[in-house]
Write a protein that binds this ligand. Structure first.
Ligand code: SF4
Length: 109
């Protein structure tokens, strides 16, 4: 019985040590998994939706609904990640620029 307690304690210590040792690795892997490719303005879906990295480059004649205060980072589809970029539900697996814009912009409430 006593031997079993020591074994359990040893396992707990080993498990704790292993967890502490792998936490930085998991953190790094987690960040890599989170990092999505930044969308290209030439991506077919981006072209179809008039996406641009910088909303000030929107061709207003082609996008009459565009307003200067419409940006990806205040769109309901956007979730910030880092460095002014974020994910967008319209472009799964990609990041879009915070100051960007596309034709399906909807204000985040
Ligand atoms: S849906 Fe919103 S967040 Fe996504 S690209 Fe268009 S404007 Fe940006």
């Amino acid at each position: 019985m006593q031997k079993r307690k020591k074994l359990s304690r040893r396992l707990v210590v080993k498990a704790g040590t292993a967890a502490m040792a792998t936490t930085p690795l998991l953190t790094i892997l987690g960040e890599q998994a989170w990092s999505a490719e930044r969308i290209s303005e030439s991506h077919p879906t981006a072209v179809a939706l008039g996406y641009v990295h910088d909303g000030s480059n929107v061709d207003a004649s082609q996008n009459p609904t565009y307003k200067i205060d419409q940006r990806c980072d205040n769109c309901v589809q956007y979730s910030a990640t880092s460095d002014g970029w974020g994910t967008c539900n319209i472009f799964p697996g990609f990041e879009v620029a915070g100051p960007g814009w596309c034709k399906v912009w909807v204000v985040k409430t």
